[in-house]
Design a protein around this ligand. Structure first.
Ligand SMILES: Cc1ncc(COP(=O)(O)O)c(C=O)c1O
Length: 368
């Protein structure tokens, strides 16, 4: 196909996984592969990780979990989204672990168990400061009582989620942790034991002590980018995705030629303009045109004018690029590198936004 390609380097994914694992003293990792593996392809990434020992995956929707099961993934899969009471049967059939986010969710599972004699597995999610999904602190006592009253319910874990673990100031994250620990103490008083206790994300792996937890949730570090520039960047991770696209046309144009929509770019001298087949609908972020560049033959060339939906232009100057050859848009390609972090910083975005946007007509190619 002539168009953008995302080459997914599974060897780098596994190397990143091993680096994270070493950093957390070889605790089990829950690899977060929601949103199609942050744009890297959930199935391909999960299969590679599972074959290298990963036994837990995190997804957002039940359908994402089913996609992994259909592809042969047998590890535990936790579904982060609000429990869908219409799909409890499907959760059981597909052996998916659900997210219990308030006492009503427990009531539903109690009733379900009464009617069919089983319940999906679940983890309790505690709201400690994200103000998103989770059981309120003042409702936890009641929920823990519900578990004591219904010991047959398969509650397999408890977790929470940091709002600021990737920031330089950890005051808020530590306050969240104190709340979570008070709930763990309350549960222990009631004699409740959880198989899995987890709190982390990539920021916490780099920035915070995870020794009290027995499962490490992590996404972005596995894909080879740092969650922010406020965390120690000392893990030697490698970008898993190399995003490239072909030069499909080269035009020699005179000085002062307007390029692309709005005519905001004018050539400074006679030059070679290459048309690249990839646009914002394929995941190349449009605001990157202002200061952005591509790499070709080890040299960076500026993006010329606004990125269009399906194509964009590059000012190659005196270089005559060869039609059909690829330029590097993002990632690492032999010695060339344009990191997600560099682009994210330039356009005031994050690697999360950039990587999950890569899709459209982009072809994913898996490489070991
Ligand atoms: C509930 C939950 N856990 C873990 C993660 C992984 O975070 P990160 O990619 O920063 O490691 C996410 C990602 O957004 C999440 O929503």
């Amino acid at each position: 196909m002539r168009g953008p390609k995302a080459t997914i380097h599974l060897d780098r994914l596994i190397a990143n996984y091993n680096r994270v694992k070493t950093r957390v003293n070889h605790k089990p990792i829950m690899a977060v592969v929601k949103a199609n593996g942050y744009g890297h392809g959930a199935v391909g990434c999960a299969q590679a990780l599972e074959s290298h020992g990963c036994q837990f995956f995190g997804v957002f929707t039940l359908e994402e979990g089913i996609e992994l099961r259909d592809a042969g993934i047998t590890s535990d899969i936790l579904v982060f989204s609000r429990m869908d009471t219409e799909k409890l049967n499907s959760a059981i059939q597909n052996n998916l672990t659900l997210n219990v986010a308030n006492s009503h969710d427990v009531d539903v599972l109690v009733q379900y168990y009464k009617s069919i004699g089983q319940s999906p597995k679940f983890h309790l999610k505690v709201e400690t400061g994200m103000t998103r999904l989770g059981i309120d602190m003042d409702a936890m006592d009641h929920v823990l009582h519900q578990l004591v009253d219904h010991p047959h319910l398969p509650c397999e874990g408890i977790y929470s989620h940091y709002a600021t673990a990737d920031e330089g100031d950890l005051t808020y994250a530590l306050a969240q942790e104190a709340k979570f620990k008070s709930i763990l103490a309350l549960a222990a008083q009631k004699g409740i034991k959880f198989n899995h206790v987890h709190f982390s994300n990539s920021g916490a792996v780099l920035n915070m002590d995870q020794s009290e937890y027995n499962l490490i949730r992590v996404g972005m570090l596995l894909y080879g980018a740092y969650p922010s520039d406020e965390v120690p960047q000392d893990l030697n991770i490698q970008p898993v995705m190399t995003f490239t696209a072909p030069i499909v046309n080269v035009r020699h144009v005179p000085q002062n030629t307007a390029v692309s929509y709005g005519g905001v770019y004018h050539t400074k001298s006679d030059t070679n303009i290459g048309v690249i087949q990839c646009g914002f609908s394929d995941g190349l972020p449009r605001p990157w045109y202002v200061d952005g560049y591509v790499s070709y033959g080890g040299i960076n060339y500026p993006i010329a004018g606004r990125i269009c939906m399906d194509q964009f232009m590059v000012d190659f100057g005196d270089t005559e690029p060869i039609e059909g050859e690829d330029v590097l848009l993002m990632g690492k390609w032999e010695e060339d590198e344009i990191t997600m972090e560099t682009i994210a910083k330039s356009i005031d975005s994050t690697p999360y936004v950039l990587s999950t946007a890569i899709g459209g007509r982009t072809e994913r190619i898996y490489q070991d």
